[in-house]
Structure formats: structure tokens, C-alpha cells
Ligand binder design. Structure first.
Ligand SMILES: [Zn+2]
Length: 323
């Protein structure tokens, strides 16, 4: 494995193979005051053993870890936190916005389901939407064990250890990145992936209002571009060196895709449900929540840029081009 060490700091990547995302990546960072774990993989045997083997390989022990820091709340980034902290209690740092999500706070989770219930209804998703809502309701109960058991420390300042903490919402509302200015290294979770564009998931804010996640994602990518990082330690796929060309490509792709939705609207397809079906075909049925999220986030982007308008007809939003 490539050696990532510079100015008294060494990154030890933990790379776990994964079917859809190529790999799940998380990182041990040896620094002058200890050993951090940035993100914590998925909760399964393969992640756990890959992690333990890597620790051994570098002649380290689980007990050497001094803190865990989390980029965002998704299960493939926080999976091993309970296993690690039950054996070796270390502080876990996360964005304040991660806490209700990581703790799976019941009222937060219920409000989130109600948000999607209204969204799918108003986007004309019919039975598919209802099915997804039933699935979400059952998942709340079924996945309660995924709640992090340990106390989580809120990252309140824009500095943590030797990092600048940068807010990069879009893929997830609570997403943060850790910027090592001295070494030009960025730990940015799922903001930028080498082999696929990261999805900007539709999510409610704390008051149940829809976040403009794709607009946030664009702004976060632009923040990342302005850092001029040498290395982006990303959450899946290859570690990215000199990322700026890729970031520019991702930004362009957002506009391309939005244009394609705009063309469909100009051809007379007016609801999210019908746009999703026309654009994604069978993938719409296979990956319903993801696809709806993609369409809605791009339409929000078009609407903010005054390219489309929407009207509520019989409880369903209909989009029209603005020219
Ligand atoms: Zn994620």
C-alpha cells in the first residue's frame, strides 16, 4: 500500500471491498498527540477484520486509538463505533447535526418519515411512495440497534486536533470535512468519489423543511475546489490525488443532468414520478428513494435558477419550463 506520511503525520487507510461502491474506506491517522480514526466503516465481519488486521499490520493496538471523528452519519461510515468503544472507550466527535441521526432519536426519525410521506405524495409517487414509507417505518424499529451507544461530542468549533473543520452539506445534511492545511490533505467522506458522482440526498432540515441538497452539494464541491488539496481521502473507491480536475467534472455533470431533466419537462413530462420513470426506466423501481431524490434535487436546482416553475394540482406538483 502507498505510504501516506508527511511532516510527522501518517495516514493508514483501511480499504474494505464493497460490491456497489467498490470499497468502503476509513482512515487511521497517526499524529503527534495520538492516533485518530476518521470514520468507522460498516458494521460487519469483513470491515471489522480488515480494520483489526490493518491495526496489527502497523504494530498498533486498538487501545492506541485516542479519538474517533466522523464525517457524516451514514451507516457505512459509523458502523464499527459501537464495537470499538465497547472495547476501548474513546471520545467520538461528530457534527451537532449528526447527533439525532446517530442516536436515532425517535421523534427525529418519525418526523423524517412524515417528511418523505408528504414528499412522495406531492411528487405523484402513488403506491411506490406508500411502499417506501412502510419500509421506512419498519426500519426505524428494526435498525434501532444501530444507534450509537457511546456519548458523542459535538464539534462546535471550526477546529479539531490539527484540522480545520469544514461544513460540506449536500450528500448528507450533517456532512463535514477535515482539512489538514499543513499537508494539503482533505478527509471529505462522500463529497467526492473517484469512480461515481456522489448523490445529493433529499433530506429535511431540523424543522422538516426540504434542504436544497444539490445546491449545497455544488457549494461544497466549490469549497473543496478552492482548497487546492493534494490528496482527498475519500469514503469509497480510490484515494484521489490532485482532485481539482475531477471536481470540475462533477460540477459540470450537475448542470448537464439538470439540462436533461429540463428537456424532458419541455417535452411535456410534468411530475417527478413521470420524470423519474422516463429518465431512469427500470432503475426507478429498483432504487426508488435514490431516484426520487435525484430528480427532486435537480428540479430544486432548476427552480432556484428560475428555469422551471411548479404548480400544485390536485395535491401533486407539476413542473413547467420557464420560457
Ligand atoms: Zn454517505
Amino acid at each position: 500500500m502507498k505510504d501516506y506520511s508527511k511532516d510527522g503525520c501518517a495516514v493508514i487507510p483501511i480499504i474494505v471491498p464493497e460490491k456497489h461502491l467498490k470499497t468502503i474506506n476509513f482512515f487511521l491517522v497517526k499524529h503527534e498527540n495520538g492516533l485518530s480514526l476518521i470514520d468507522a466503516g460498516l458494521d460487519d465481519e469483513l470491515n471489522w477484520h480488515t480494520f483489526l488486521n490493518q491495526i496489527k499490520e502497523y504494530s498498533l493496538r486498538l487501545e492506541d486509538i485516542t479519538e474517533i471523528i466522523l464525517t457524516h452519519h451514514h451507516i457505512d461510515h459509523v458502523g464499527l463505533v459501537n464495537k470499538i468503544t465497547s472495547r476501548h472507550p474513546v471520545p467520538v466527535f461528530a457534527s451537532p447535526l449528526s447527533i439525532p441521526r446517530l442516536k436515532r432519536d425517535p421523534s427525529f426519525m418519525e418526523n423524517r418519515v412524515r417528511f418523505y410521506e408528504k414528499l412522495y405524495r406531492e411528487m405523484g409517487c402513488g403506491k411506490l411512495g406508500e411502499k417506501q414509507i412502510n419500509y421506512l417505518r419498519t426500519s426505524i424499529k428494526k435498525n434501532q440497534h444501530q444507534a450509537l451507544q457511546t456519548e458523542i461530542k459535538e464539534i462546535q468549533s471550526n477546529e479539531l486536533l490539527h484540522y480545520k473543520v469544514i461544513s460540506i452539506p449536500g450528500h448528507a445534511p450533517d456532512h463535514i470535512a477535515f482539512w489538514d492545511e499543513k499537508r494539503n490533505w482533505l478527509f471529505s467522506g462522500d463529497l467526492l468519489l473517484e469512480h461515481i458522482s456522489s448523490n445529493a440526498f433529499i433530506e429535511p432540515d431540523e424543522n422538516g423543511k426540504r434542504l436544497y441538497s444539490l445546491i449545497q452539494q455544488r457549494e461544497s464541491l466549490m469549497k473543496c475546489l478552492s482548497l487546492n488539496a493534494d490528496i482527498v481521502f475519500s469514503g469509497h473507491g480510490s484515494i484521489i490525488e490532485h482532485p481539482n480536475e475531477l471536481i470540475t467534472k462533477r460540477l459540470e455533470r450537475i448542470d448537464d443532468k439538470a439540462q436533461r431533466f429540463l428537456r424532458l419537462i419541455k417535452n411535456g413530462i410534468t411530475t417527478v414520478n413521470d420524470l423519474a420513470e422516463a429518465y431512469y426506466k427500470t432503475t426507478y423501481y429498483e432504487q426508488f428513494p435514490l431516484v426520487v431524490s435525484e430528480v427532486v434535487s435537480h428540479l430544486d436546482y432548476l427552480e432556484i435558477n428560475r428555469k422551471v416553475n411548479k404548480d400544485l394540482l390536485n395535491g401533486v406538483w407539476h413542473y413547467s419550463a420557464n420560457d
